[in-house]
Structure formats: C-alpha cells, structure tokens
Design a protein around this ligand. Structure first.
Ligand code: ATP
Ligand code: MG
Length: 354
C-alpha cells in the first residue's frame, strides 16, 4: 500500500503534485496549514510541504507534529536566510559574501560586504519580496537590524538552477541545470537542456547532494545559482518542488512532481530522462488564450486563481524534440501573446541560439 501524501499548502504546487500522483493512484491531499480544523491525518500518511512558513494553528500543528512529517531539519535550516547561509558555509558550498545585520553601525556592516548590496529579510520573502538594494552612501533602515542579512550584489552573466531528489536510502538523482530569467525577483522564464559545462553540472550536483545528505532530506530540492565567469555561486535553496522545474512536466518522462512523490513513497528513483529542449513561460497576472494550443509542443497549466497584476496564475511549457523546432514554436507563440510578454520569447530564443 502506498502512503497518502499530505501537502502543507494548497496552492499550485500541491495541485500539480496531485496531478502527478493520479496515474499511479497515489492519493495526494493538499491542505491549508493555517486552518483551524481537524485534518483527520492517518498514522501512515506522509507529510510534505509546498510552502515554508505557516502558523502554529490547529491544522499547522497537526502537520508539524505528525511522525511522518518529512524534512523538518532542512526546513529549519532553510526557512531563515541566516541559517541557510551558515549551512552553505559549513558545507563549503560557495555563496555570495554575506553578513547578518545586527545592532547599530549598520553602515559599517553593509560596507564590509561591498559598495552594492542586497538586503534580504531573513524570513518570509519570496518572488523578490522582502529585499532592498543598498549602495554606499545610502542611509540604512534601522529595522534591518536583527531581521535581515546583507549580500554582495553579484554581477552574474546568468542564473541557473538545479533540481534534484534524494530518497530514504540516500540515492540522489538530478535534472540538467536549467537557465532562468528573473525580473524584479520573479521568475519570468526557464530554458532547459542547454549545453552546460560538465564541471558546472558536476559541482552543482555535488553541492546540492551534500546539502540533502547533511539534512537527511527526502524528496525534491532546488538550488538557485548565479553564473559568474563560468563558475557557479549558490544563491538559495528551496526545500520543495520549484518553479524552475516546471518544464519537467512535459520536458521529461518523469516530472519533478512525480520524482518528489517517488522519493516520499519510497518508489524507485531513477535519473529522469530528458530529451529535446524546453522553455517554461510564467503567466504573471495574465490569462491564456485557446489559440496557443495550435502551436506544437505547447502545454498550458492554469492554476485556477484570480488574476491580479504580477501574480503567478499559470505557466506554459513549450517542449520540442530539438532546438530548431523549439525556436519555431516559440516564434509562433510569441506572435499570440500579450505585447508585454514578447520579450520573454526574445530572451528564450537568444539563450537557445547561444
Ligand atoms: P524565490 O521566490 O525564488 O524564493 P526570493 O524572493 O526568495 O526568490 P532570491 O532568489 O534571493 O529571492 O532573489 C530573487 C532574485 O533577485 C534572484 O533570482 C536574482 O535575480 C536577484 N538577486 C538575489 N540576490 C542577488 C545577489 N546577491 N546579487 C544579484 N542579484 C541577486
Ligand atoms: Mg529565488
């Protein structure tokens, strides 16, 4: 009997985990961890998360205190950016220079990092929220003390991420590095299966593997990196399925969602096969159009949320057998999307053309 997988959080990630479980009849139950209801959890349920923060509500405590709540150690380490940075330092995983902002003299602490700094709230930030740019000469905010870390602004050439999984036996598998474009801290698009220097892939797998082993992690974890002069520098970890892995839904025979379920349910973990090339285009505060489905390789994923400016309400995967066909599809789709999003396709095509 496979366990039921209960997901703390009932947004799109839980929804997509449910979809991935359906063919194998793995029951996936996303729940609101902030609710005040009795969840009726069973002793053999396995609990996973799609979000990292929730309150000690009635439901929240039932989830956290369940004997099969997975990855408490990793969540504890990652949930707070200071602890996360300290973990990466301890495991000798390279990250941007950083300092924890404390007490008075913020100016001196910030300057110790560099002339251009990003201040990040230790807890609760996502999609670029809870971040501030600071430059030498700017007045620091006193509220940053005790609440934020500061990081050197990294002059990266591009951003990539690694998505991988580990099971209870310590076996680990990974997808190829994905190239990502963030704008104002929010992911606009990802390109998958570009040629990557073997050393980058090897280093990234070694680092994420080291983190997962250290935390006794079970499931999918993502690691975001900057590329600087061809070398990787880790930006941050996400102890869950990740937006930059959404292309795997049709770009691999084993999606990151299925991979996560395999690890949690102790089903065989094999390296996900990836052929062809894929682009993931995030729908930020905009609807999709039926005519998009005329374009070969287009797969629409709609989250069923109310459309609000800038909100992630869906994504489109464009997956083709080779780069030339993918570029054809991207050009065809580009002609059909809103003007503001045409730039996403220019960027994606430029990455594919190298
Ligand atoms: P997520 O939603 O992925 O959790 P986030 O809001 O937690 O994102 P980060 O990933 O730390 O925050 O930052 C968002 C983006 O801001 C990065 O992908 C990158 O584009 C930019 N950024 C963050 N830190 C730095 C840095 N030290 N130097 C340069 N750019 C940065
Ligand atoms: Mg990020």
């Amino acid at each position: 009997m496979l366990p039921r997988i209960v997901v703390a959080g009932n947004g799109q990630l839980g929804q997509m985990l449910s979809q991935a479980g359906a063919p194998m009849q793995i029951e996936v139950l996303p729940v609101d961890p902030n609710g005040d209801v009795e969840l009726g959890l069973r002793p053999d349920d396995v609990i996973t998360v799609e979000i990292e923060h929730w309150s000690d509500s009635v439901s929240g405590l039932q989830l956290k205190q369940h004997p099969n709540f997975r990855n408490a150690a990793a969540l504890y380490a990652v949930i707070d950016r200071q602890r996360q940075k300290a973990l990466l330092d301890r495991l000798q995983v390279p990250t941007s220079p950083w300092v924890s902002l404390e007490g008075d003299n913020l100016q001196t602490q910030l300057e110790s990092i560099g002339d251009k700094v990003i201040v990040k709230r230790r807890r609760g930030g996502y999609d670029g929220r809870g971040q501030w740019r600071w430059q030498k000469g700017d007045q620091p905010e006193t509220e940053w003390a005790g609440e934020c870390i500061a990081e050197a602004m990294i002059p990266f050439s591009h951003e990539v991420s690694l998505v991988g999984a580990r099971n209870a036996a310590g076996e680990k598998v990974f997808y190829p590095l994905t190239r990502n474009w963030h704008e104002n801290g929010i992911l606009r698009a990802s390109v998958a299966n570009l040629p990557v220097p073997a050393e980058q892939q090897r280093n990234a797998e070694a680092w994420l593997g080291r983190v997962m082993d250290d935390e006794g992690y079970i499931g999918v974890m993502a690691m975001e990196c900057f590329v600087v002069d061809g070398e990787l520098l880790v930006n941050e970890l996400a102890p869950r399925v990740h937006n930059s892995g959404h292309w795997t839904q049709e770009g691999s025979a084993i999606s990151q969602f299925q991979l996560h379920l395999r690890a949690l349910a102790d089903l065989p973990l094999i390296t996900p096969p990836v052929e062809g090339a894929s682009v993931m285009y995030n729908l930020l505060g905009r609807d999709w159009k039926p005519e998009w489905l005329q374009v070969p390789g287009v797969h629409v994923h709609w989250y069923g949320k109310e459309i609000r400016p800038g909100r992630k309400v869906g994504h489109v995967n464009i997956c083709r057998a080779d780069v030339a066909s993918l570029i054809d599809s991207l050009q065809a789709l580009q002609a059909l999307v809103d003007d503001d999003d045409k730039v996403v396709f220019d960027w994606s095509i430029a990455q594919l053309q190298g």
